[in-house]
Structure formats: structure tokens, C-alpha cells
Design a protein around this ligand. Sequence first.
Ligand code: SAM
Length: 252
Amino acid sequence: MDDQAADLRETVRLRYAATALAVTAGSADRCGPAPVEVDGNFGSGLYSGADRDALPAEAVAASLGCGNPTAVAELREGERVLDLGSGGGIDVLLSARRVGPTGKVYGLDMTEEMLALARSNAREAGATNVEFLKGHIEAIPLPARTVDVVISNCVVNLSTDKPAVFAEMARVLVPGGRVGVTDVVAADHLTPAERAERGSHVGCVAGALSFTEYREHLAAAGFTDVEIVPTHAVVEDVHSAIIRATAPARGR
Ligand SMILES: C[S@@+](CC[C@H](N)C(=O)[O-])C[C@H]1O[C@@H](n2cnc3c(N)ncnc32)[C@H](O)[C@@H]1O
């Protein structure tokens, strides 16, 4: 990783460490065009009332995403799920309810403060089938072919090495495993500079892939059945989107 990428990753880590502490203190900022912004495009308002009611208030307050990947992934009893960039743990806890006691949900995050918040939320929720791992989504600390489903909520756009993220998703999924992700995606005609004009990297806008780039990265990692559906605009020509894909049947 070059110095610029390392600096950017550190900026992201510091931003989300501060956010985790702010959530704990009761006032959070999150993804969005401005550094301190709470709007309908990000956070717990994107979940159903039933999902929100099923979790401790602190876990709901910690939601920083741009969608609800657990609704996208159609999780089944007994499945093993990995949430990339699990933050305060909302999607891990919702997934844990869906896969039940015979399933298992891993949350992966690089930010110690987020992991502490997520573990506290899991204790509060009484979730026993969850485990939070410290690490980077570009080098997932799990063996190959160990999960049935990869979910993620508004995190891939933050990565400074997106090809590595998609390759790692393919590595840890079982053959035929599923990706059910929500992320920020830019219209194809926007240049990287135009994306950066619309919002910062830590705010989940400047680092967004375009729709075509997203498809190309998934295909390069071997995924099939790629589906990318915009759900709502977060700023002009930049959307929150649902991304679904299937891992190769024989693995890679
Ligand atoms: C926008 S928040 C989303 C959190 C959570 N998915 C949610 O919906 O509430 C981004 C999270 O991803 C984590 N993160 C960002 N880049 C990462 C990376 N390269 N590796 C691991 N975690 C990362 C941050 O620490 C933060 O917790």
C-alpha cells in the first residue's frame, strides 16, 4: 500500500473511531456529504420498524449505513454470514436473528472503538452466535470457503484497494455463496473529480465506484448474476444501491 492510501485509510479509521465514541456519548455523525450530518439517506431510518424494535436502542443508534443488507441477502436458518465493516453491529445482530442458533455471524472492522461498541451491543442484545473480528476488508482474517453469505453496508466505497476487497469476498465464500451488499455508487458519467466535488471520501461519496466499475470488479473476482439496483440518491448522481452477486460454483 502506498503512503497516500495508508494516509486515507488512517483518516477513515480516525473518523469512525470518533463516530463510535460519539454514538456511545449519544451524538453521532455518519456517512454523508457533510461531516456532521444526520439525514434520511443514511442510518437507522433505512430499516423497518420491526427490525429496529428487535434490537437494543444503542445498536439502532449506531447504524451508519446506506441501506439494509440483511433484507437484501435473504438469510436462512443455519447460514454463516460475514459483515464487512460491521461498525456498531446492527447488521450482524439482525443477521444473527435470521440465521438462528445453528448459524453464525462474523463482523469485521478495523476500528477498535467500533468493535468495542459492537461487542457491547451484542451483549445487550444477548446474541451468542456472533463474533467480531479486528482486521481489514482487504485481507479478511478467515480461511477460504468459510461463509455462505457476505453482507456489507456502506463500506466498500471507503476501501483504498477495492480489487482486493472483491477478491477476498470470493475467497471466503463457499462455492455458490452469495453477496448481498448496500453501498454508495456513482452514475457512470461522473469522473472521480466530480465524485469528490459531491462529498468526501470518509463521508462515503468520493470513493464510490460507478455502476460499471462495480460490475467490472465483481466480474474480475469471478462473481456471476451481478445485480446493482439504485434505491435512493444520496447527492446528485450518486446513489445508495443494492448489490447482489453469486460466487463461482466451484470456487477459485
Ligand atoms: C459507514 S460505517 C458503516 C458501519 C456499519 N456497516 C453500519 O451500517 O452501521 C463504515 C465502517 O467500516 C469500517 N471500515 C472502513 N474501512 C475499513 C477497512 N478497510 N477495513 C475494515 N473496516 C473498515 C469503519 O471502521 C466503520 O466502522
